[in-house]
Design a protein around this ligand. Structure first.
Ligand code: CUA
Length: 317
């Protein structure tokens, strides 16, 4: 399995909102199963007695036939659909509404890009990509924005989807009951690499989250060793720096993910592969073979430049 490619299901809830959604799903399944069973039973009865008039235990009764149509065609659907409408729209939608900003402990801005995620922590100035860290059992106000087309932010185990609409700011609550890693996925078709637009939510105990935040606030590690120093030069002088930011250096591009602490992330290219030698090498040397259509170009690099670039980037902890 690729890094992060874990089985995720909205039926494995890890927050009160997700539990509400899962409960609604089971009710809907139960209602659909009963209606389906009823329809199949009537169909079966009709087939068994084809060519014969009436029903076995009541004979030919016009009133009964009308009653059957009224019950199954009108009353039952009206009752079932009304009940589900109340459950879905009045109860679950209300319960999964984001709380007021002041009721949340912090705000994170998530920005959808074709095809990766930018995460900003306005209160601490941290900017990262594709790996969203939150403190566990803490209410987080997530603001969803888009840099280009419509995306949809969805962490099935934590809450419902929220659309990321250009020019608009939507909100949702992120809350994880326990520490853990929860996979998120873009849930609105947004182009060629929509399927490869995933991210991880890493929920940690408060102390772990705070130390992650401090680590992320720090500027990038200076390169260690001659190869990494050469790699930094290749990065700054080549095309990389015009698309990526590495804080503490002159690289300030905003087209691609912030790479200040890229080596500390578990995956690359929005969970397309593990952040390890091998995948990193392949991603730099031929990104279009991994993620066709992405804005990351294949660069004309000498073997030495390529090696040094890998050495530099893997040192950015
Ligand atoms: Cu972004 Cu689909």
């Amino acid at each position: 399995m690729e890094a992060g490619a874990r089985y995720v299901s909205p039926l494995d809830p890890h927050s009160p909102a997700a539990r509400d959604i899962a409960t609604l799903w089971w009710w809907m399944l139960a209602a659909a199963a009963i209606v389906f069973a009823g329809a199949i039973a009537l169909l079966w009865l009709g087939w068994r007695r084809r060519g014969e008039p009436g029903l076995p235990w009541i004979g030919e009764s016009e009133r009964f036939n009308t009653g059957l149509v009224v019950a199954f065609g009108m009353v039952i659907p009206a009752v079932v659909l009304s009940a589900l409408f109340v459950g879905a729209n009045l109860v679950v939608m209300r319960d999964t509404e984001p709380p007021s900003r002041s009721a949340t402990a912090m705000t994170i801005v998530a920005i959808g890009h074709q095809w990766w995620w930018e995460f900003r922590y306005p209160e601490s100035g941290v900017v990262t990509a594709n790996e969203l860290h939150i403190p566990a059992s803490t209410s987080v106000n997530l603001e969803a924005r888009s840099a280009d087309v419509i995306h949809s932010f969805w962490v099935p185990e934590l809450n419902r989807k929220i659309d990321m609409v250009p020019g608009q700011r939507n909100r949702i609550e992120l809350y994880a009951e326990h520490a853990g890693t929860y996979r998120g996925q873009c849930a609105e078709f947004c182009g060629l690499q929509h399927a490869n637009m995933a991210f991880n939510v890493v929920a940690e105990p408060q102390s772990g989250f705070q130390s992650w935040l401090r680590q992320e606030q720090a500027p990038a590690e200076p390169p260690q060793g001659a190869e990494a120093v050469a790699g930094m030069r290749a990065f700054m002088e080549g095309a990389c720096a015009s698309c990526h930011t590495i804080s503490g250096t002159e690289a300030r591009g905003t087209v691609g993910p912030d790479l200040t602490h890229v080596a500390s992330r578990a995956t690359l290219a929005a969970l397309t592969g593990p952040n390890r030698h091998g995948f990193l090498d392949q991603w730099i040397s031929d990104p279009q073979s991994i993620k066709p259509g992405s804005k990351m170009p294949g660069l004309e690099l000498t073997e030495a430049q390529f090696r040094s670039l890998v050495a530099y980037l893997s040192g950015l902890r």
